[in-house]
Design a binder for this molecule. Structure first.
Ligand SMILES: [Zn+2]
Length: 106
């Protein structure tokens, strides 16, 4: 077993785990039972993702890098031209003034 990822939380770990499995590697999550005690946020580095075959390390790290890059590139917010509010990228309509947002215009 080889550790390839320190997750921020269990969801994060699960996503990386699924990516690795989709890439044809055997992966496991460790530390998931240590989180969430008494409703407190766990410290980072508690939940980790491991691969069972160390010879897959380079492939696993490349996959994780790609996964993190694609997550960073997601649009965060769009600017509403009507009222000037920032609207989350996954809404196509302004939450404030109900104008339609055109992503191409910004
Ligand atoms: Zn607006």
């Amino acid at each position: 077993m080889l550790k390839v990822y320190d997750a921020e939380n269990l969801l994060d770990a699960q996503l990386v785990h699924d990516e690795l499995r989709a890439g044809g590697m055997q992966a496991a999550i460790k530390g998931q039972y240590l989180t969430g005690a008494a409703g407190e946020l766990p410290p980072t580095g508690v939940v980790t993702v491991w691969i069972t075959a160390p010879q897959h390390e380079a492939r696993a790290r490349a996959l994780i890098e790609e996964f993190e890059a694609s997550r960073r590139s997601e649009p965060v917010a769009l600017y509403c031209g009507s009222c000037g509010e920032w609207v989350e990228g996954n809404f196509s309509r302004c939450w404030n003034c109900s104008s339609w947002i055109d992503p191409d215009r910004g």
